[in-house]
Design a protein around this ligand. Structure first.
Ligand code: PEP
Ligand code: MG
Length: 579
């Protein structure tokens, strides 16, 4: 059994599918004149085969609606169609009398080296695409099977050192029953995507690649952070029964999808979804979301080689707003940096990236990026109910500066006669302890708060949220974090402003009673958690939840707090929601 971070709940069984390919070995021997044409023909066959593969992949990806993955594949096809690579290879075969794979890899290396030396980050990025295409053609030349997650035919558990968002986007989700990766934590993008698609995931799982064999049956328990290998028949039967129960619980929860999220004593709560792409709106609505509490716009900037322009962003935001049909959509401005590297932005390597140049700090320096995004959001606000949210605000000065830029962009739109929602709300994420401590001052100039417990926890406890070595110290139920949350909620309520939460804690069934009692009004979470939280909201009087807060805030250790909250759910026969 392997252990890691429980990153996306549920149990899944399937065949291990390791995302690492056999490395090509290149034959560097010299060939005779007679073999030259044969080698050129081999090259042509491999290029044609690669082209066919990419075209099939592109069709699959387009069908699943993933635009970024499609962009990458289109770029790869263009490289393949560029005659330079093939011409260089053919002259290598003819002039140096070498085999096709040798000439081809030399041609790829030569071109890659040229790209890698270019200053322009956009062109430098092309080197990675070239390497990717080169490796595909080489494998085809050598008859090495290419692992392709977009056309799976049986239930699999994806296992990798790290899984990139583009691999996740390309994977055929019908067959991915679990994810295991050596890297990544609870709030990494792989985890966020896994939860979005309800795929059980265990991340930060050291040694997974060495311990797991391609093709063997394995089980992922993403609730407990456990991976089981070498499964016996009887164990498989037990796990399959658990999966069946899981599916039944989900079906039962779907029955309350259209019921109001209201406590029995009549207090209405808003249950929103976190999304990363406009297409996620469909998943949000299927799970009964009453709005979007966090649109992580950095996903629009990732896995590509230059930033999306105003028009492209506008279309994405408009699509989300129209998809939610008048329900609130809170769009967070770019939160780059930290663990979210966006290579073409040229973010410097930093000693402490989480404490460095990230999020609003980048936007207030790179106002060109910020203005473009704000213009796109404002334009989209004419098509639905959009709110703007700034990430990583640490001081009033930053909030004021951000609002100044917003004011300027609004004036410009006004001058140009472009419509936007004049009453658009601009609020902030409270995810830095300084903001939580001075929430009473910040709320006077912010239209709303949304508490980001993922970062708030890491900064309050000085625990890197992605570092497996200290993950046992990362705990949002730590009394210090809870006090910061309570302070933030009280400050907003006193001022009569909306306060929500979009960090992972908002989707935790264990935390729901406590947050309800503290006065949280809007909970935003991965869509798959919404109905669980609704079930709890519909089962607990606000008056009772308030009493729970009193009790919890007097406790000293996170373990005591969680045990106490767990007992409450058990008494209500709701502890199955923790599975
Ligand atoms: C947070 O920090 O809680 C949050 C919601 O933002 P992200 O996870 O994108 O940093
Ligand atoms: Mg954050």
């Amino acid at each position: 059994m392997l252990k890691g971070i429980a990153a996306s709940p549920g149990i899944g069984i399937g065949k291990v599918y390791k995302l690492a390919d056999e490395e090509p070995v290149i034959d560097r021997s010299v060939i005779g004149e007679a073999a030259v044409e044969h080698e050129i023909a081999r090259l042509e066959t491999a290029v044609a085969q690669s082209k066919r593969q990419l075209e099939v992949l592109l069709q699959n990806v387009l069908r699943s609606g993933s635009k970024d993955a499609a962009d990458i594949l289109e770029a790869h096809l263009m490289i393949l169609e560029d005659p330079m690579l093939q011409d260089n290879t053919v002259s290598g075969i003819r002039d140096r009398k070498i085999k096709a794979e040798n000439a081809f890899s030399t041609a790829v290396d030569g071109l890659t080296a040229v790209f890698e030396q270019i200053e322009d980050p956009y062109l430098r990025e092309r080197a990675a695409d070239l390497k990717d295409v080169g490796s595909r053609v080489l494998k085809n030349l050598l008859g090495i099977p290419i692992k392709d997650v977009s056309s799976l035919e049986e239930a699999v558990i994806l296992v990798a050192e790290d899984i990139t968002p583009s691999q996740m986007a390309a994977a055929d989700k019908r067959y991915v029953k679990g994810i295991v990766a050596e890297k990544g934590g609870l709030t990494s993008h792989t985890a966020i995507l896994a939860r979005m698609h309800e795929i059980p995931a265990v991340l930060g799982c050291n040694n997974a690649m060495a311990a797991m064999q391609h093709g063997e049956i394995a089980a992922v328990d993403g609730t407990q952070g456990i991976v089981e290998i070498q499964l016996q028949e009887d164990r498989i039967a037990v796990l399959e029964e658990a999966i069946r129960r899981q599916a039944e619980a989900k079906t039962a929860l779907l029955k309350i999808k259209n019921d109001p999220s209201e406590t029995p004593d009549g207090h209405r709560i808003e249950l929103f979804a976190n999304i990363g792409k406009p297409e996620d709106v469909a998943i949000a609505l299927e799970n009964g979301a009453e709005g979007v509490g966090l649109f992580r716009t950095e996903f629009l900037f990732m896995d590509r080689s230059s930033e999306p322009g105003e028009e492209e962003q506008f279309q994405s935001y408009r699509q989300a707003a129209e998809g939610m049909a008048g329900k609130t959509v809170i769009i967070r401005t770019l939160d780059a940096g930290g663990d979210k590297d966006i290579p073409y932005l040229g973010l410097p390597k930093e000693e402490n990236p989480f404490l460095g140049w990230r999020a609003i700090r980048i936007c207030l320096d790179r106002t060109d990026l910020f203005r473009t995004q704000l213009r796109a959001i404002l334009r989209a606000s004419a098509y639905g109910s959009i709110w703007i949210m700034y990430p990583m605000i640490a001081s009033l000065k930053e909030l004021r500066k951000a609002n100044d830029v917003l004011g300027e962009v609004k004036n410009q739109l006004e001058l140009e006669g472009i419509p936007y929602d004049k009453g658009i709300k601009a609020g902030i994420m409270v995810e830095i302890p300084s903001a939580a401590v001075m929430a009473d001052q910040l709320i006077r100039e912010a239209d709303f708060f949304s508490i980001g417990t993922n970062d708030l926890t890491q900064y309050a406890l000085a625990v890197d949220r992605g570092n497996g070595k200290v993950s046992h110290l990362y705990d949002s139920f730590h009394p210090a974090v809870l006090r910061l949350i309570q302070n933030t909620i009280s400050a907003a309520r006193k001022e009569g402003k909306t306060v929500g939460m979009c960090g992972e804690l908002a989707g935790s069934p264990l935390a729901a009673v406590l947050l309800l009692g503290m006065g949280l009004e809007e909970f935003s979470m991965s869509p798959s958690a919404i109905l669980k939280i609704k079930k709890i909201v519909r089962s607990i009087d606000l008056a009772y939840a308030r009493a729970v807060v009193q009790k919890v805030m007097a406790l000293e250790e996170p373990e005591e707090i969680k045990a106490y909250l767990g007992r409450i759910l058990k008494d209500l026969k709701l502890d199955y929601l923790l599975e």
